[in-house]
Design a protein around this ligand. Structure first.
Ligand code: HSE
Length: 399
């Protein structure tokens, strides 16, 4: 019998407990063992939850119980989630988490602590909800060079943009729905500001390249300024408006960014709607791959937590280097100096544009406006070339 403790009995924590009960037979078969929830730590009163008999208020009680081998941290926020995770690892217990804030900030230190104590620190549920993207990165794609990652990594913002576009909902109404459906964070500022997406792309890049970038140093724009006009612009360019995180190697240094983008319709990310997330990976000789699934919500995320519990049981003492990374020590390539594609709406004549030193596709001509797809340019170069012209829209494009 494997005994686990759950830290945080909110949406995800209660989902893990419920799925362990509901799917006990499958899980027993897959794990070769029964998994039982021995403790639930939460500051709320759990009367009526069915887990009141296992409710504890002190982490010490869990740390001192040698029968607990896995701690599932689903608290949210970094304090005390980080301190509790570190203490659990030091006490020789593996930790599984859905907490992207902790992984993005303290992941390297926690992985080191896990290594030193011969246990696991796994975090599949911290990125992409139910999509098994980290398992794929560290198992199936282990032998590939990962060149570039583009992801729609936040269910709430993708849900909001989809509702605004498809149903004409207001930003506020769509956000209220996302909260009601359990997609948004307790404080949805992290969703709409892009901070949540930013943490997730840092985690993906860390698993891909072994170095964790400080998310505070990444260029990050959210969707708070997005209006119907941006949606209409994306449609006029032949694409869809999405919040996209990109990580790639540029000029020998990692380059990460998060911004609203026009995803051209040929790219499969353009058709990712609602709470769904997707990660498109350019994986060297293996070519392009796309991972797709529910990016938020109680059961998809709880399912990812359970998949990590099973990974721990499968791997046993084999704890070395699995999804391991250290802190990044090299400079990031600056956003303004990284080459991307851009969609631009500019008042200009064709002759002037033809004379510019860039490769472009004319997407549409309307009145005096040209809609251009400009490729392989830094934002600095593009701004310098279009300086003095009337540019009414300019957004990063994903081709
Ligand atoms: N608030 C997050 C989202 C939850 O909407 O994607 C899953 O990380």
């Amino acid at each position: 019998m494997t005994q686990i403790a759950i830290l945080g009995f909110g949406n995800i924590g209660s989902g893990v407990a419920e799925m362990l009960t509901r799917n006990a037979a499958y899980i027993q078969e897959a794990a070769g063992d029964d998994i039982a929830v021995k403790y639930v730590l939460d500051k709320r009163d759990l009367t009526g939850s069915g887990y009141e008999d296992r409710a504890v208020k002190s982490m010490q009680e869990i740390l001192c119980d040698p029968s607990v081998s896995i701690v599932c941290e689903m608290m949210g926020g970094t304090t005390p989630a980080f301190e509790y995770s570190l203490a659990a690892l030091k006490a020789g217990k593996s930790v599984v988490t859905s907490n992207k804030a902790v992984v993005a900030k303290h992941g390297a230190e926690l992985l080191q602590a896990a290594k030193e104590n011969g246990v696991h620190y796994l975090y599949e549920a911290s990125v992409g909800g139910g999509i098994p993207i980290l398992h794929a990165f560290d198992d199936s794609l282990k032998g590939c060079r990962i060149d570039r990652i583009d992801g729609i990594l936040n269910g709430t913002t993708n849900y909001i943009l989809t509702r605004m576009h498809d149903c004409g909902s207001s930003f506020e109404d769509a956000l209220d729905d996302a909260k009601r459906l359990g997609y948004a964070e307790a404080d949805p500022t992290a969703d709409v500001s892009g901070a949540d997406t930013c943490r997730k792309i840092c985690i993906l890049a860390a698993v891909a390249w072994g170095k964790l970038v400080d998310s505070d140093t990444v260029y990050c724009e959210g969707i708070t300024e997005m209006t119907d006009e941006h949606n209409a612009f994306a449609a006029s360019c032949g694409g869809a408006l999405k919040l996209v995180a990109t990580a790639m190697q540029s000029n020998g240094a990692p380059s990460l960014s998060v911004s609203p983008c026009v995803v051209m319709s040929e790219n499969p990310l353009a058709s990712v709607k609602g709470v769904f997330n997707a990660v498109k990976v350019a994986a060297g000789d293996m070519g392009d791959l796309m991972f797709y699934g529910m990016g938020a919500g109680k059961f998809p995320t709880a399912g990812a937590v359970i998949s990590d519990i099973l990974a721990i049981l499968r791997r046993g003492d084999e704890t070395d280097s699995y999804r391991f990374f250290t802190n990044n020590t090299c400079e990031l390539s600056a956003y303004g100096e990284t080459k991307y594609a851009y969609c631009v709406k500019v008042k200009a004549d064709r002759k002037t544009i033809d004379a510019m030193p860039f490769t472009y596709t004319l997407l549409k001509e309307e009145n005096e406006d040209l809609y251009l797809l400009v490729e392989d340019m830094t934002k600095k170069e593009l701004d310098a070339l279009l300086c003095g012209m009337t540019v009414s829209m300019c957004m990063r494009a994903i081709i």
